[in-house]
Design a protein. Structure first.
Length: 256
């Protein structure tokens, strides 16, 4: 059983090395890093080592030019639409350049956060072993569970959190109401799952996951089907650049 963890990035950072990891430049069609990445991939001069073997989300069928609203989802969309490039992979994993799965259950997040902060990971092997992000640990978990997600239990529901976040200009609560309406009308089989999740106090953040390939494709078909309709109906005018982002996607991923 082969798992590949695709890591969305938009700038050079400390890079996880090894067969398990594959970095992808999100929003490549809009990025000033694209040319540098191409030069490195072709072993030309003029780029940092970070960009070697980094894939681009604007090759093949893609929505790379929508990265300002879809963010890391442009990488997920690219993976879905170009899945035939990865025939040898059984499980599709996804996370961010600055958010890695912590699969060591003895490490606990702070009470007010869903993350565990590490000041650095200069000794990469030690870091990966400490957080449990290894092929062996993934195989162990996936032998007992269908999928892996990034979850935390909080004292308020998913819906309440979305409402609270509007005060900080992070989220727009009407986005959630619009998505609920779209799901009820266009994706009725998914509606009970979404409502149950919104009333739950277990939160899945970051669109981070590990799915078997066939489940990943079903997930992507559903999520992008909903977001396509959301994109046509939502009014992003008069919003800050930050609040234009489709944070609602994380709630759809959590519900799935």
């Amino acid at each position: 059983m082969k798992t590949k963890l695709f890591i969305a990035c938009h700038k050079p950072t400390k890079k996880l090395e090894g067969e398990l990891f594959q970095y992808v430049l999100g929003g490549a069609s809009l990025s000033d890093k694209k040319e540098e990445s191409i030069r490195c991939s072709k072993n030309r001069e003029g780029g940092t080592d970070f960009w070697k073997n980094v894939l681009l989300d604007d090759e093949g069928e893609n929505i790379s030019n929508k990265n300002e609203t879809y963010n890391e989802l442009t990488v997920i969309y690219w993976l879905w639409k170009n899945i035939n490039k990865f025939k040898e992979i059984d499980n599709i994993g996804f996370c961010h350049y600055r958010r890695h799965f912590v699969l060591n259950s003895t490490l606990k997040p702070r009470k007010d956060r869903w993350t565990i902060d590490f000041p650095s990971f200069s000794d990469q092997e030690q870091y990966l072993n400490k957080i449990g992000l290894t092929n062996e640990k993934l195989d162990e978990i996936l032998s007992s569970y269908t999928a892996i997600g990034a979850a935390i239990t909080l004292p308020f529901t998913v819906r309440q959190h979305y409402q609270l976040s509007e005060k900080n200009d992070n989220h727009v609560y009407s986005d959630l109401l619009l998505v609920e309406e779209i799901v009820k009308e266009e994706f009725p089989d998914f509606s009970p799952c979404l409502e149950d999740y919104l009333d739950s106090k277990t939160h899945y953040y970051g669109n981070c996951f590990v799915f078997p390939k066939e489940i990943f494709c079903a997930y992507a078909e559903l999520i992008f089907g909903i977001l396509e309709k959301f994109e046509k109906k939502v009014d992003l005018r008069e919003r800050s650049m930050y609040s234009r982002r489709f944070f609602i996607s994380e709630r759809l991923t959590g519900a799935f």
